[in-house]
Design a protein around this ligand. Structure first.
Ligand code: GLC
Length: 554
């Protein structure tokens, strides 16, 4: 594999910067804080970090509301800090991926400010999606599109004195995140020059926010909404929605790919693409488009052998058609942490977090053996659960506020992570403060508490990443299913030089015996519950405990 192809097999660690490390004691993580923790990330063994946005922003949506794509929010650092971060990360062989938000700007962006002082049919408003309202008084929004954060997807364009003009602007997210108009040439130029601005500073690539949403269907037709199921998955809205996954979006990524390829080494992209199936997903990874995209269907498969198997098969088959490596992700800053998500629910309706952790560790180990690249969300390597009891007054997710407190899924995974000590802020910052309060029960989950401790989740991740790096069978080679039983997934990975690793996850709550031919040489196990059984006629074989995954030298 050429070094330029690093992204085909990388383990990428997602940093949510406000919640990672706080250097100045204001309770909010920052870039200097992240720099001081790079040794930790190098020791963990990640190949790259993806950092959620740190641009100048009113932080109405955690920085996904960008006021200036080329400056840093003063609470998070300075441009000089970012240069230092890139230099220090590169010195440790860690690549740096930033986050670009091209579907919308903040309403504090200079474009939107300029638009606010201009007539609705002006060139300034053409950079956004503005339409006349319906009805005689134009008091009805141009169509029925809703905001992903609840409520209607359109707000009034108002005059300087605050009266409605009869025109409306589209915001698929918060009212302070107006969607930009990708039919406008300024928009193309601005984003291409923003890409260059950062590529020139040595950034290795971008994760593209809402990559499937930039182009809207001509005529902006009404959408026949399907009510979301309990899981509330955004994927359910993406099947035929006139605002997601429109074919025209691919032209934008062809333009961007040409820019990335001008650099040496070429810069890379990972799209945030909530699309309904692996066939649609693979279209984003055609050779002249994005290098990779998130494969959320696998995340949504949860702890379910059939769903995981189907998702893996579909993902590998469809990516192979376009010659792209799959990606795998189990947690990020928008979803419930997988320890909690995978936990079975007790009789009293509470998640059993001990089993949740057992399952999460098993799912991670198995997923790390799949071909392609893997994304890890900060804190999952410590086994952090979701924080589910945040008080309404500390919550910041706009979806919480816009839903009247019924959609509360995103703050709980953004609580700052614990580094050391017995009480908040657990070494996150100088004092006890953190912008979202940490539970008082996290002392045993800090880096300090887990580092060097046999059997801790942190040591499991370190060991799995180490083995993944050195075992060539866990690289780009073939993946072949092995037969076992309904609740056991097992596959053989084979390296170019003939080495092989068998990866197994037992999703059942019973011990299973593995065929002798799969090997007994244990490389990694997600729990200590693995035993070599006494020889039978066919030789020694392994017993694998419930909800446990293992890699064997095959
Ligand atoms: C993406 C981000 C999410 C953000 C949204 C709007 O889904 O991951 O955090 O709120 O886009 O930018």
């Amino acid at each position: 594999m050429s070094p330029n192809d690093w992204w085909r097999h990388a383990v990428v660690y997602q940093v949510y910067p406000r919640s990672f490390a706080d250097s100045d004691g204001d309770g909010m993580g920052d870039i200097p804080g992240l720099i001081t923790r790079l040794d930790y990330l190098a020791d963990l063994g990640v190949d790259a970090i993806w950092i959620s946005p740190f641009y100048t922003s009113p932080l109405n949506d955690g920085g996904y509301d960008v006021a200036d794509y080329r400056s840093i929010d003063e609470r998070l650092g300075t441009l000089a800090d970012v240069d230092e971060l890139v230099a220090q990360a590169h010195a440790r062989s860690i690549r740096v991926i930033m986050d670009i938000v091209p579907n919308h700007t903040s309403s504090e962006h200079r474009w939107f400010r300029e638009a606010l002082g201009s007539p609705p049919d002006s060139a300034a408003w053409d950079r956004y999606i503005v339409r006349e309202g319906k009805g005689a008084d134009r008091e009805t929004p141009p169509n029925n599109w809703r905001s992903v954060f609840h409520g209607r997807g359109w707000s009034h364009v108002r005059t300087a004195d605050g009266s409605p003009t009869g025109y409306w602007y589209l915001h698929l997210f918060d009212t302070t995140q107006p969607d930009v108009n990708w039919s406008n040439a300024d928009v193309h130029e601005e984003f291409v020059s923003t890409l260059r601005f950062w590529f020139d500073r040595g950034i290795d690539g971008f994760r593209i926010d809402v990559a499937h949403g930039l182009v809207k269907q001509d005529g902006l037709p009404d959408y026949d909404y399907v009510e979301r199921s309990e899981s509330g998955s955004i994927l359910e809205d993406s099947a035929h929605a006139p605002f997601w996954d429109q074919d025209g979006v691919h032209e934008i990524y062809r333009e961007w790919r040409r820019v990335a390829d001008e650099y040496d080494p070429p810069r890379v992209f990972c799209g945030e693409t909530w699309v309904p199936n692996p066939e649609r997903l693979a279209r984003y990874q055609r050779p002249d488009e994005l290098h990779t995209s998130f494969n959320f269907a696998y995340l949504e498969a949860g702890w379910d052998a059939d769903a995981m198997r189907t998702s893996i098969d579909d993902t590998i088959a469809n990516h192979a058609k376009v010659g792209a490596p799959p990606t795998w992700v189990l947690s990020n800053h928008d979803v419930v942490r997988h320890r909690t998500r995978m936990a079975p629910v007790d009789d009293d309706g509470e998640p059993d977090l001990e089993r949740g952790l057992r399952r999460a560790r098993a799912a991670t180990v198995f997923t790390l053996s799949l071909p392609g690249s893997m994304y890890i969300y900060q804190g999952e390597e410590l086994g952090l659960p979701e924080v589910t009891d945040l008080a309404p007054e500390v919550r910041q997710d706009p979806a919480w506020h816009r839903s009247g407190g019924t959609d509360g899924t995103r703050d709980g995974c953004r609580v700052p992570i614990p580094w050391s000590g017995d009480s908040p802020s657990y070494g996150f910052g100088a004092g006890s403060a953190s912008w979202l309060p940490q539970p008082t029960s996290w002392a045993g989950l800090s880096v300090e508490a887990e580092r060097g401790v046999d059997g801790s989740t942190l040591e499991l991740y370190r060991e799995a990443l180490r083995v993944r790096r050195v075992e060539e069978a866990l690289g780009e080679g073939p993946f072949t299913w092995l037969d076992h039983s309904a609740e056991v997934l097992a596959a053989r990975r084979t390296g170019a030089e003939g080495s092989s690793v068998v990866s197994i996850v037992n999703l059942s709550d019973e011990v299973v015996h593995l065929p002798a031919g799969w090997g007994t040489d244990l490389l990694v196990a997600s729990s200590p519950d693995v035993a070599v059984m006494s020889t039978d006629a066919s030789g020694a074989f392994l017993a694998l405990g419930p909800e446990t995954a293992a890699w064997l030298r095959g």
